[in-house]
Design a protein around this ligand. Structure first.
Ligand SMILES: [Zn+2]
Length: 213
């Protein structure tokens, strides 16, 4: 298993919202025509029985697979948070399954996200954390950007004392083409606030992640 650990400072590039410049949206018919071109490109006959409805199905599936473009983290996380008095310890949600697609080949990335934060008087509903992962996952991504975007979205909306995001994922573009490494996992992490400034908080996040018993 290959593991690459990378640390990404907060807010380095794409950030969370507003980086998707509005482009003119093609019609469904245009999207279907593009799928038909790709079918011919790989040597298929789009006219054959089994492929008749494929362009329509692919166009529709893409809307679902890439539904993250139509939403914002602010909408999902909202402005209301659960107030907690007294609990200021690490909250860790681990093993959140997700899928995404790499922006280089538009091929799936499959993985798990682990998200921790140090509350500053308020906490997030657990389902909201999973929805934020989904929001950014359902876009074309690099794993590095995905990691940073999730951390920044939670950091700017919840304003906790710190956010830690670790993602482990398998890139189908590495498995299915080129180097063909089955089972190699890429690890990325982003730390903000106290996770960045206080090594013991980062160490606690890592040990809670590893401690599976
Ligand atoms: Zn790729």
């Amino acid at each position: 298993m290959d593991a690459i650990i990378k640390n990404f400072p907060k807010g380095l590039d794409e950030g969370a919202e507003g980086d998707n410049v509005a482009v003119e949206k093609p019609t469904e018919a245009e999207a279907m025509a593009a799928v038909e071109v790709l079918l011919r490109w790989i040597g298929e006959n789009p006219e054959r029985e089994g492929l008749r409805d494929t362009p329509a199905r692919v166009a529709k599936a893409y809307l679902e697979l890439f539904s993250g473009y139509g939403q914002s983290a602010k909408e999902i996380l909202g402005r209301t948070f659960e107030e907690v008095s007294g609990y200021d310890e690490l909250v860790l949600v681990r093993d959140i399954p997700f899928f995404s697609h790499c922006e280089h080949h538009m091929v799936p990335i499959l993985g798990k996200a682990h998200i921790g934060y140090l509350p500053d008087g308020r906490v997030l509903g657990l389902s909201k954390i999973a929805r934020v992962v989904d929001l950014f996952g359902r876009r074309l991504q690099t794993q590095e950007a995905l990691t940073a975007q999730i951390a920044e979205a939670i950091d700017t909306t919840l304003k906790p004392r710190g956010v830690a995001v670790m993602i482990e994922a398998e890139h189908m573009c590495m498995v299915m083409r080129g180097v063909q490494k089955l089972g190699s996992t890429t690890l990325t992490s982003t730390f903000t606030g106290q996770f960045k400034t206080e090594p013991q908080e980062q160490a606690r996040f890592m040990s809670m992640l590893r401690n599976r018993d």
